[in-house]
Write a protein that binds this ligand. Structure first.
Ligand SMILES: [Zn+2]
Length: 197
């Protein structure tokens, strides 16, 4: 654990090594001091969400989309992200994805187990799945898909799309099962040093 903590401090920007943003630490409402809360979370969700909302608002000022996210572990900010879809010409550059990429790079890991993602708005299906792939422990959000819809964003529409048969979708999703379809998985299973994720 010590080596991991040292690596974490080493990899994080100076602003995040204890001199950067740290929310007010408060008891989450359960008995005992914050550090022994049975959820294991020493920091206050509201404070981290406010940080995510500030990032989202600042993003608009910078010409980005109105979304921000923060990834926190053990009460310390690991990474922050802002929507950069239009500025990066990247439809996947949502705040949560940006934060996940930054956090994994900072930690040198592809798992964010033990982390909480704080998002200014309910994660869209892509970001929700990205959080699942990142194996985060918790996701906390402020605004929801209805707020996003009023802002002109498709989060709610995509959630609704997944409840309908693919045959009804505007975009064609076609399965064409070639004989070679399983070859990559054969190669994968044959590789003994594969890193499961
Ligand atoms: Zn998203």
């Amino acid at each position: 654990m010590l080596a991991r903590a040292q690596r974490l401090r080493k990899n994080l920007p100076a602003a995040r090594q204890g001199r950067g943003f740290r929310p007010v630490v408060r008891n989450c409402g359960h008995n005992g001091p914050p550090a022994t809360c049975h959820h294991g979370w020493v920091s206050d969700d509201s404070s981290w969400l406010q940080r995510a909302i500030e990032l989202a608002t600042d993003s608009v000022s910078d010409g980005g989309g109105p979304f921000g996210a923060v990834i926190v572990r053990d009460g310390v900010e690991i990474a922050a992200g802002q929507n950069r879809v239009t500025s990066n010409f990247d439809p996947t550059a949502h705040a949560e994805v940006q934060a996940i990429r930054t956090a994994c790079t900072a930690l040198g890991e592809f798992s964010l187990a033990g982390c909480t993602v704080y998002a200014s708005c309910e994660p869209c299906p892509m970001c929700l799945a990205a959080c699942l792939w990142a194996r985060v422990d918790r996701i906390v959000y402020a605004a929801d898909r209805d707020d996003a819809a009023r802002g002109g964003f498709d989060d709610r529409r995509f959630y609704e799309l997944f409840t309908r048969p693919r045959a009804e979708w505007e975009v064609a999703v076609k399965s064409l099962r070639l004989p070679e379809a399983e070859m990559p998985f054969h190669a994968w299973r044959a590789r003994e040093d594969r890193h499961l994720y």
